[in-house]
Design a binder for this molecule. Sequence first.
Ligand code: ZN
Length: 171
Amino acid sequence: MKAVAFAADRHRNQRRKGADASPYINHPIEVANVLANEGEIADAIVLCAAVLHDTIEDTKTTADELAALFGPEVTAVVQEVTDDKSLEKHVRKQRQIEHAPHLSTEAKLVKLADKICNLRDMLASPPADWPVERKQAYFDWAAKVVAGVRGVHPGLEAVFNQLLARHAELR
Ligand code: ZN
């Protein structure tokens, strides 16, 4: 709950990109919810890292701050799933594909649940200004990232596959 309170504070002025512009914090809470209730994961390191996964990337939060509050293990997982924002977007996206197979098990789980939530959001409330090609490219990219974490959790991978299939049906 300390992680939830911290993330809620850091993301307090942010909204999701979807047409419904939901509060940003809904997303990290949902990532942790997928892990806990669909993945049946009870590891506090994984669940805290899930709640905090976008704090370094998308807010002014530093790794030192997280380490002081949540310890080195949670912080290491968050750092593993944090994109280097000094790189151009297409480079960052390529890096995610390349790095996925080398992530720790904990980071792979967070990455997988993050992509599940993003695809669900994309199906339920896609960004209003995204043409169909851009949405398609997003699904294709997410599939490539998840290909790199396969084997980490067959149940959650099956959930991800179902979302890809739903998207393909809707095309
Ligand atoms: Zn995320």
